[in-house]
Design a binder for this molecule. Sequence first.
Ligand code: NAD
Ligand code: UDP
Length: 354
Amino acid sequence: MSNRKTILVTGAAGYIGSHICVELLAENSKKYQVIAIDNLCNSSALAIQRIEKISQGTLPFYAIDICDRSALDRLLKSHHVDAVIHCAGLKVMNESLTQPLRYFENNVVGSANLLQVLASHNIKNFIFSSSASVYGTPSTVPIRESAPCLANNPYSRSKLMVEQLLADIALTDPAWAIGVLRYFNPAGAHDSGLIGELPHQKPTNLIPSIVRVASGQQSALPIFGDDYSTSDGTGVRDYIHVMDVASAHVAALAYIFNDANKDARGFTLNLGTGQGYSVLDIIRTFASACGRAIPYTTEARRPSDTAICYADAWQAARLLGWRAERGLAEMCADHWRWHMKNPSGYTDGDCKRL
Ligand code: NAD
Ligand code: UDP
């Protein structure tokens, strides 16, 4: 009998979920089978086909909304699941400022709903996609997990509320093993160029905005502030390759499933490289990765932007034996390759060319 564990990934067609599925199904890891769910509100089912192509296997996929308790219940009645990686969620901070109720309903109520159904099926191994934005504006860097959480917008608060709910669940029932992973700034794509982050017409994040300039969709990159107390005056962040984010989830599962950790299976960890790069560093590295100039203009600071934010990555290394392995040049090259192969994201046409 196979002793492979079955992992349910929510938000599996999305940017991070799709890379986690690939990592779970990787050739060198015959440990896991995966069940994918996603309501496709910010993704395409074609991502699932791409994951299957990369992994040369099949990935059972169900178009389920985490807010739909009876659909989740039906799924879990027909599939055994050992652990859940919960990536489903809305993630655009600006959008959350104008749609706080939608963010609360989807991210907080949806997560509570999922947890209720999991508890009723006695599935108590859970890894949650959280965000470094729960820290708000840090007073010191590198940011440790023990830093105060001063989330300052509805999106970040939705992540923090779920973290707090998970902490309460862990307190009341020690059977739960709960890993909270706080991502810093994920970027890049699988090196096949088959999966990546969906392009947005008006991205707010730095690397997708640079892609628009490099591909001629935008004439110049606005640099939001060059008068910060940083090496070159521009904002500094901790960019982490999405495949490193994915491998951290596999390390987190290994930790949870390791009997040696059965008395202390809960954790909250930063997922970053521990290295900060400025906006100008990213522009230079991306320009050399794509072989094109990235013109830029200097603009006012973005309201409530942080000058410097990078992780203390030590706890994840200590507990999981995991470290980010890929550098900035690889991140930019992989992000660009995904864009060049899929300028409009996932389309049927692209799929036929596979
Ligand atoms: P994404 O939008 O690409 O993927 C999220 C997926 O969840 C999408 O496929 C979407 O269709 C799905 N989804 C949303 N609401 C759902 C619902 N109610 N039911 C079922 N599926 C639903 O985003 P991503 O970048 O892959 O982010 C994944 C997770 O990581 C999110 O929870 C996000 O908040 C968190 N995160 C992302 C970043 C980042 O920069 N990408 C940083 C920190 C944390
Ligand atoms: N940034 C910029 N121009 C852009 C987008 C972002 O100068 O068009 C800067 C932003 O001010 C910050 C850094 O790039 O210093 C990273 O921004 P992003 O929104 O990607 O990440 P976050 O600020 O949420 O960590």
